[in-house]
Design a protein around this ligand. Structure first.
Ligand SMILES: [Zn+2]
Ligand SMILES: [Zn+2]
Length: 237
């Protein structure tokens, strides 16, 4: 993709491949290349918001790979890959006049297309299974498909497992990793090497992201009430 973008810029003018005209030898990174391609005065290619998101996510994926921060499952990686694959194929065709045989080995192309097809079939089956499921189905945090079966605590497409627990505040089920400890909203006192909570009020120990603003508002109310109470005590003295 990066090569395709650079080639396109080079065809407009070789200088556009350089990060800065004054620094020959250093070529543009993918982000700058992308913005030049979209720039009406340079590349003037309109890229849809959807494609733009896909490109951004492919760039992130690549950066994670380069920096060894890669922890996505195979399904999610393949999903991202097949999304960007179609974009790249058609970018070559529309803007560089190249068809797949010009830049990719025929066997490799067939293998990729088969994986893409297998993935589409898997996804279709997973969606049907999710629909037939009587319990709740959520958006999977890994593959972003509506295939996370809450009762099984697992996505039936990418197989990502994620614990589900109840929010102690509203009772709704949430991903355990999204649960917030309400302690973090409260005031702590540091005393003789120990952290002690000044006042716990009557709060549940945990809450979900949706409840968090309600909880912080409640804490504010408690604090204000306490403040006025203290003021009243003060004035009675
Ligand atoms: Zn998933
Ligand atoms: Zn809640």
């Amino acid at each position: 993709m990066e090569l395709a973008f650079k080639e396109y810029l080079r065809l407009i003018h070789p200088a556009f491949v350089l990060e800065s005209i004054d620094k020959p030898g250093k070529t543009v990174g993918i982000n700058l290349a992308l913005s030049r391609i979209k720039d009406p005065t340079i590349g003037n290619i309109s890229i849809s918001d959807v494609d733009h998101l896909k490109i951004r996510s492919a760039i992130n994926l690549r950066n994670e790979l380069v920096h060894y921060e890669f922890d996505h499952g195979i399904e999610a990686t393949e999903a991202k890959f097949s999304e960007i694959f179609a974009f790249v194929i058609f970018f070559y065709r529309e803007h560089l006049d190249l068809t797949p045989p010009d830049f990719i080995d025929e066997d490799d192309l067939q293998k990729i297309l088969q994986r893409v097809k297998a993935r589409a079939e898997m996804l279709q089956k997973a969606r049907i299974y999710a629909k037939s499921n009587e319990g709740e189905v959520w958006l999977c945090p890994e593959c972003n498909e509506d295939t996370f079966i809450v009762a099984e605590e697992q996505c039936c497409f990418c197989q990502r497992r994620e614990l589900v627990s109840d929010c102690e505040s509203c009772g709704q089920m949430v991903f355990a990793c999204d649960v917030i400890e309400t302690d973090s909203f409260l005031e702590w006192d540091y005393d003789e090497g120990r952290m002690t909570l000044i006042e716990r009020y009557d709060l549940p120990a945990t809450c979900c992201p949706e409840c968090s603003s309600g909880i912080t508002a409640k804490i504010e109310d408690f604090r204000r009430a306490q403040y006025y109470e203290d003021l009243a005590k003060e004035s009675r003295r």
